[in-house]
Design a protein around this ligand. Sequence first.
Ligand code: NDP
Length: 818
Amino acid sequence: MSTTTDPSASDSVKGIFETMDYGPAPESDQQAQAWLERHGRTFGHVIGGRFVEPAAGERFATVHPGDGRELARVAQGDEADVDAAVRAAQEALPAWRALPPHQRARHLYALARHVQKHARLLAVLEALDNGKTIRETRDIDVPLVARHFTHHAGWAQLLESEFAGYRGVGVCGQVIPWNFPLLMLAWKVAPALAAGNTVVLKPAEFTPLSALAFAELALEAGLPPGVLNVVTGDGRTGAALVAHPGLAKVAFTGSTEVGRQIRQATAGRGVKLSLELGGKSPFIVFDDADLDSAVEGVVDAIWFNQGEVCCAGSRLLVQESVAAAMEDKLRARMETLREGPSLDKAMDIGAIIAPVQLDKITRLVEQCRAEGGRCYQPSWAARPGDGEAGLYFPPTLLADVAPASTAAQEEIFGPVIVSMTFRTPEEAVALANDTRYGLAASVWTENVNLALDVAPKLEAGVVWVNCTNVFDAASGFGGYRESGFGREGGREGMFEYLVPEWEVELEPYGEDALVDPAGGDALGLGGGGAERGESASGIDRTAKLYIGGKQARPDGHYAYPVIGADGAHLGEAPLGNRKDVRDAVEAARKGGAWSKATAHTRAQVLYYLAENLDARAREFGERLRSLTGASSEDAGREVTTAVRRLFSYAAWADKYDGAVHATPYRNVTLAMNEPWGVLALACPDEAPLLALVSLTAPALAMGNRVVALPSPRWPLAATDLYQVLDTSDLPPGALNIVTGVRDELAEVLARHADVAAMWYVGGAEGSAMVERESADNLKSTWVNHGKRRDWFDARQGEGRDYLRHATRVKNIWVPYGE
Ligand code: NDP
């Protein structure tokens, strides 16, 4: 540690001037200790507005990582505790939801004020329980917590006008990690309460104290009992919470591994889910960057909060020509960092949370050394475990690591940065995106054109230009890829806690449902499919698949008969298999031109599609009549509604813009609506043309490349579209269509790593399957849980909800001023 102060040197003013050594600058922990004492250093859960004993009477110790001393004993929650908390939240929900928005806004504002009033208690408690420095808890964590509640008091106030047609989702289960205990609480609790929901929160086992203190303050501030419940415990408590059937929403921040488990545990339950997971974020320094600023940026990127930050800039990518200069400056700066007791106001780096985390960091650094990486630590660095009390790991730079090495790919979650070099901006982007994560990125250059060219190419939810680790309640935060899905903060974050009223009103498919039950029998496959071309008429009327802008025969050469509602054999549809699905995804992956096309171009193509479909309206109407048995009038209405819907999304293509968030720094924070890339969708049987168009058009309008599984029962409504597509200037790969047994094909898409998002409209089992099977690659899913939409109703079948699900928000922070 760099904390030792020579007593003789500090004896006199002269001595201090000579050594310029730091003296100790401790923050008093008196108030926090008094609070702990007042509770007898023993806590229960906060359920229904009071502290309650854990059902099983079990407790565990929470310690100060700086010296291992026990701070308090807290309750180990079990299923009974979780159940009691969820019940309390359920009981509190109707009254809280019924409060006029202004009253809820007042409650949130009161929470913000109470945080400000008790800022010192909270900052010290946080520094004690987590080991992070008081400088950070006092200047960053606690002010941001207050800011979050103030900002969301505003959303509560404006709920009815700004989110008309939406309502709170219900009881929310929230599981948070130990790295920003109080801040993560605020990120989750503030939007949930603002939207009219009630909450059960499980803080991390290592850091439960600030959540308990906050819950107590909330009661003092007049928050009604049961609106916020806190159940402490370890991972088992978290697992019990996310498994509880009383939840309508689960929000999680933590490791990718646990995120996957939670995706599995919530699959098929109709629970809304947001996951904020790990990262390995790039910090890119171009040769024209202000290197001194960039070095300070690195300090904030990786040594802030001991590097225990999900969006830490942990991969330093430096343009080759300035790599040596950057490294020299960085090493010099590392010498001046100070690591030590968290309550010393002059410390930069505090203690690591727990031995298990220190072991993980040590192991990964040793592994990197063994693999030949150069390892730099400041000269003052004591090796961890060298007799110093506390869990400290020195700031560490691992240079010359290979991009594929463990150190460059694994989230170390400690004060360790790996560095690599690049030559060109293209190489920088390729290296930056060479990760399974996608949480954040930082770009350093004095050239605004270069910064704004690179930012959209980075696969990350947040991009900071010439800054790093800047957060604000008005700006969304969240990841791409294995960093999870959903956003916290800003307008986009509010949607995570709201549901559209039209979705709430949907009814399950009835007995007469036309939903594909997933088995081949429903498609008349009998023994598994007919050889291609065997039609009743003897004429080969087998439709094909549509892949990469061309009609393609199915890999298995099998087809299945398409039977009209009146029993007539109307033709054959190809029986696509997993190979066809993979080919379709590959074609979509290569169809990047569509995502790069301007919104105007996309609008033109959609108008053209509408025009060409309209020109053949009679033919499509006839087809629909024979397939579904609809009256001529209804079949005609389906076609005209499909044409109108294409017009709507052509109109939206250049109007569903992003926003510039009003963050309180000298920043332009651009919230850009980006396409997912490859978006897969599975259509229901009813309204086979209109449903396909209703799902495909918004996805295309926003620049996604689509793999669509049309109605399994009546796929000819889709295969007839091929000629319309061919004549409408849609580039190859933008829309790919695979017919067959929908749920079998949907499973392949759900598992496919190159499919970034998936929509499924069909049965409840299929919905559950898509959520479950996508857990491994953590794609964002939007499923209907077996509820039937009326595609003719514009409220249910079109609009902003579709556009929102067709995009993900990237926030790009660009500072201004000299
Ligand atoms: P976890 O993901 O295990 O913990 C996050 C939260 O989830 C904690 O409250 C934890 O409880 C709880 N939890 C654990 N298991 C389950 C489960 N099966 N169901 C529901 N909740 C559960 O992270 P760790 O604390 O174990 O840290 C491990 C690694 O995760 C770190 O080394 C780091 O790489 C990464 N991490 C990433 C974070 C991020 O912000 N992205 C934050 C924290 C860690 P409890 O802690 O009480 O066991």
